[in-house]
Design a protein around this ligand. Sequence first.
Ligand code: MN
Length: 725
Amino acid sequence: MSPSDSTLTANPVEAAFRALLARVAEARPRERLDLLERAFEFSWRHHADQRRRSGEAFIMHPLAVATILHEMRMDVVCIAAGLLHDAVEDTPATHEEIRAAFGPVVAHLVAGVTKIDRLDFSSQGARQAENVRKMLLAMVDDIRVILIKLADRLHNMRTLRHLPPDRQRAVALETMEIYAPLAHRLGMGKMRGELEDLAFSFLEPDAYEQVRRAVEGRRKVSEEFLAQVRERVERVMAEHEIRCRVEGRVKRFYSIWQKLQRQAIEIEQVYDLLALRIITGSVRDCYAALGVIHNTWHPVPGRIKDFIAIPRPNGYQSLHTSVIHESGQPFEAQIRTEEMHRTAEEGIAAHWKYKDGQLAPESEDERLAWVRRLVEWQREMRDPAEFLATLKVDLHPEEVFAFTPKGQIIRLPRDATAVDFAYAIHTEVGNRCVGAKVNGRIAPLRYRVQSGDIVEILTQAGHAPSRDWLAFVKTSRARHKIKHWINLNERRRAVEIGRRALERDARRHDIALKPYKEADWVRAGQEYGFLRSEDLYAAIGYGKLSARQVLARLVPPEQRAALAGPPRATPRRAAPSGAAILVRGFSDLMVYRARCCNPVHGEAIVGYITRGRGVAVHAEQCANVQNLIYQSDRRIDVGWAPRAESPQPVKLAIFTDDRAGMLNSITAVISESGANIRNIAANTGSGQATIDVVLEVRDLQHLQAIQAGLKKIAGVHDVQRLYKL
Ligand code: MN
């Protein structure tokens, strides 16, 4: 039997195979065990010289895969294919040889697994979409290919610790993203659970250890608790003549971790950490058992789920309820029939039963239903990538998977927006995005991306990110990139403002800047601790230094006197609208009144350096300032010029009784004060009136006098300043 030595009955390989054979023989007495013997012999001969990374003979791997397939209650054809699954990929054996030796079905299964093995799962970006499509095709062709692949992956995960760390990570990630969700889709709860826990232990070893320790620490208590509850359940069920068996289970580590993460709770608060499975003989008994459970313990509201009436898409059926034990410990009860239980554990494998090498007739419908469902899934998706998204969406609700128009998968945290999506593609796409098309329709930038969305980002050359985006972006990548851009730009702007301030002040004091070279500026900057001249300009732009101060350091001592004196009179120009506002340390900077509050002369104000538009001046009372929308690092000291300026528009809301002559009284008070009325509008109703008036005032004093005058009018209850015109 051994390829090289027939005396090795004590050989561990031989022993392992004999053990498998005995188990198969017991479970499937009428099947062709010679097929397994020949497959094993063939596989062993071909893998004879190979070792796994762990050092053990390679043949132990196909043997383990075959054993897992047997445990999944697969037929001998499938188990034989499991023994041979790596023969074509890793040995000189050919498809034709396998076909000749084991027949077309085994050969077809091995070819399917080989095909999947040859897919490149490692490419990032357009990640896996195409591959999953191929897998799907293989799946629809013969689902056993996928089952063998899952068994293969399960054994590889069980032995993953022997691989180098980077491979561990890659394989674990692929398992988490592709194989565990696939097992889930196929309803294979046990397979999915083990794959997830194994992958979890490699992907997040610290978290895994944390959960493991927490569960282990409670194991004794949990087991005692479950045993006690189980006994009680068995008793009350017997009293109500409900025949059932009861199993206790502790939730899997990865599901616990997900729940802790998602709900930010402690392990004690996980309702279904401990669960009891009550397996009955009929659907009617399931509902009866639910009633009994609720009579025995207090149910947690909102935690009753009827997956019998509405099965999960993967066919899972069960009643779930969470109840509170007398001790205060919550636990979950899952109530289902034997058949539902088997489906939950084994999924599609439970429907893939053979009798005497033939598909069992009663399984046929189920099997076809499965395949039909898979085909439907595939058809419903315009893009194979969408299939991947739906595979993942059940499992990873904290993430969304959306697609570029070219089918590239973009993975984002839940609630991520179109802007996050844009930055996930490329920084430049993010910086220039002006809008998005989601599934062909225009959507706002703050649109929350949903799994399966096809998102096209609309960009415009020269467009810049907005600080407003920071209020809604979800990914740290987008946040970081936006902040980076804004900082860079504000600095650029500050440098420019600084330069202009220097030039202007120099001109005013008749200082020629031409003779000064870069080295002179660097020297002047060094006195303030700056290494580069740009830093010096920026400091002026940010208002940390005044231009005059800096000029004094730059020029030779004899010229400093010029700076001390008053500025040379500049030719009078048409004053820009903001000329009445001074920015400390500057003169004639681009300054404008913020339109959100339109401050009037004399009012308390603050300035903010804006991107490319100079300094915006807000009233201190402005809602935007109060709400800290603006960052303090952009804040700059501003003050009013001593001289009054041209009148400024202000809007007032006057609350009055609705009586004849009210408008006249109001306009009279305003005209007497010398203010111009630009616009007046009255709203009346139920004896009251609101009169909105836009008038032009010289300064705050002027405004306050008018407000006081208006309040004195009989029937006027209140006068309010509306900051936005
Ligand atoms: Mn393998």
